[in-house]
Ligand binder design. Structure first.
Ligand SMILES: C[S@@+](CC[C@H](N)C(=O)[O-])C[C@H]1O[C@@H](n2cnc3c(N)ncnc32)[C@H](O)[C@@H]1O
Length: 212
């Protein structure tokens, strides 16, 4: 775990350590309990992926991580979270795939990750395999967050964990789209809250029909 935490700290990304540890704990529990693949929306440079991958490896399963690698709205040039070093000079657009591959290699976790380069709703429409955990950390507009929730939450096995990042109940602290899908999950009656760490929320899928 020490090596994985060192790789986590070294990777570009936005997740603080306390939230990373909570994500890792949830992933370990889900992977060990259900033995099913873990799914991440929003790979970016792999900072959170390697925590999921470490948990998956320990339980003999894998992480599937989905990203188009062109960056979210707030990561585009001129916006708050833009990183000029992540622009591909050949095409003039963001490309986080090379940095992600370097993160994975440095952590020694390439064999535990399946990376899908694509748009989350398109991938979700093709996916049939039940999942042990869904981590939503993709686009933070209402359109993207809702599509991620609607696309992936129904694929969670009963007892599986839904983890949502950047949940800010107070609009003064950040955008509201992740908060709205978190509320929607709880109000559906299909999820119960397991833990709150910073802006990270872990919910468990309850038995019964899931109407998102
Ligand atoms: C906040 S970053 C993810 C951070 C990462 N989980 C971490 O902890 O370091 C959001 C990522 O979601 C991706 N993204 C945004 N909308 C997407 C969509 N509709 N489909 C796939 N990826 C998307 C962006 O390209 C970006 O890399």
């Amino acid at each position: 775990m020490t090596d994985v935490l060192a790789a986590f700290e070294a990777a570009k990304g936005f997740m603080p350590l306390d939230e990373g540890l909570a994500l890792h704990a949830a992933a370990k529990e889900a992977a060990a309990g259900l033995g099913l693949p873990l799914l991440e929306v929003g790979t970016y440079c792999g900072r959170s992926t390697i925590l999921l991958a470490d948990a998956a490896r320990g339980a003999g399963t894998v992480v599937v991580t989905v990203d188009h690698h062109r960056g979210s709205e707030e990561q585009q040039p001129g916006w708050e979270y833009h990183d000029t070093s992540l622009v591909d000079p050949a095409v003039g657009r963001m490309d986080t795939l090379p940095a992600f591959r370097r993160t994975l290699y440095a952590a020694g976790l390439e064999d535990s990750v399946i990376a899908v380069v694509g748009r989350s709703p398109q991938v979700a429409r093709l996916w049939r395999q039940p999942l042990g955990l869904v981590f939503v950390d993709g686009g933070h507009t209402d359109e993207h967050a809702a599509a991620d929730y609607e696309g992936w939450a129904p694929l969670l096995a009963e007892g599986g964990l839904l983890v949502v990042h950047d949940v800010f109940p107070d609009p003064a602290d950040g955008g509201q789209a992740p908060y709205r899908i978190y509320r929607r999950a709880l109000e559906s009656g299909a999820f119960a809250e397991v833990s709150v760490t910073g802006s990270l929320r872990v919910l468990r899928r309850e038995p019964g029909v899931l109407a998102v």
